[in-house]
Structures are given as structure tokens and as C-alpha cells.
Design a binder for this molecule. Structure first.
Ligand SMILES: [Zn+2]
Length: 176
């Protein structure tokens, strides 16, 4: 009986240590996870790419080695029949389901006019950032200059957007 008890005790302790070390391993893996930020730019209505990008993001996010985020760097509304036929609507309908962490704008987001761009991007289901785009006479940017994304409990990622501008680095929007 004494031997059985000792064996039970040894087994219990082994399991306890195994459980602790497993937990430590999990914590270690969790704290060592990388953050992978996927981006796209100049998609220009090449809609097949969205599915691939979302699949890649989800595959990384479901792994135990990395967290995954996704951002768009602009030039998506125009450049193909899909964009032209819907004045950007079909592209935004796709992008709305991509769950971007942040989106910024490129020069082609203005192709269907300023009002159209504002209207479309209101419904894109992601923060739109651009630090140097101002409505005429305004001193604060039209879009948020940046967004902070919480990928982990203790790790934050910041995303800043800028439209390319020369020479003063500031673009003034004038209603059309
Ligand atoms: Zn482009």
C-alpha cells in the first residue's frame, strides 16, 4: 500500500511538473509570437488578390507563431472595369469584408471625385488614415492621422497614413 501511495505521489508530482512546464512553454510561445503586418497597394481592381491576402492573413493568425494584421496602402478604387462600372462601390464592398486594420488613400481614390471618395470610405469598415489631407480652410486632417491597433494585450502597433504630396507635404481638398 505504501509503495502504491509513493508511486501515486510520484506520478502526481510528475504530472504537476509536466503541467507547469507545459504552461510555461505556452506562455513562452505566446510571448514570442511575432506580429506580421500584411499590406497591399496598387491593387487597381485586381479583385482576385483580396481572397489570397485574406487567406494568408487567416492562415498566419491561426498559427501559434504569429499574430497577423492587414493594411491597404492605397490605389484600390479605380484601374479596372469593376471599379469603373460601379464608381468604386464593388471594390469597397469587397474591402468591407476584409477586416483591414487600417486603410490609407492613394491618388486614384480621387478618380470619381472627392464626394464619392468620402461617401465610399465611410462604409469601408476599417479606420481610414491620412495625416496630410485637409479640407479647404481646415486645420485638422480630414481622416484620422493614425490609428493604434492592439494585436496583443501588451503590444500595440501604430499605423500612419500619408498621401504623397509635393512640395509642401500637405494636400488641400476642395469640394468638386
Ligand atoms: Zn497606383
Amino acid at each position: 500500500m505504501k509503495i502504491y501511495f509513493k508511486l501515486f505521489l510520484i506520478s502526481a508530482l510528475t504530472l504537476l511538473f509536466a503541467a507547469c512546464s507545459h504552461s510555461d512553454d505556452e506562455n513562452l510561445i505566446s510571448s514570442q509570437k511575432s506580429i506580421v503586418i500584411l499590406y497591399e497597394n496598387d491593387v487597381h481592381c485586381n479583385i482576385q488578390g483580396y481572397q489570397k491576402l485574406a487567406g494568408l492573413r487567416d492562415a498566419i493568425a491561426n498559427s501559434d507563431t504569429a499574430y497577423a494584421g492587414i493594411v491597404s496602402c492605397g490605389d484600390y478604387l479605380n484601374g479596372g472595369v469593376v471599379g469603373a462600372a460601379s464608381k468604386g462601390q464593388y471594390i469597397v464592398d469587397i474591402m468591407r469584408n476584409m477586416c483591414y486594420d487600417a486603410i490609407t488613400i492613394g491618388n486614384h481614390e480621387f478618380d470619381f471625385g472627392l464626394q464619392r471618395m468620402k461617401e465610399l470610405l465611410k462604409n469601408v469598415n476599417a479606420p481610414v488614415v491620412c495625416a496630410n489631407l485637409f479640407d479647404y480652410g481646415e486645420t485638422t486632417p480630414f481622416f484620422a492621422p493614425y490609428v493604434v491597433v492592439d494585436y496583443l494585450q501588451n503590444t500595440l502597433g501604430g499605423v500612419v497614413g500619408n498621401e504623397y504630396a509635393k512640395p509642401q507635404g500637405r494636400i488641400i481638398l476642395v469640394d468638386d
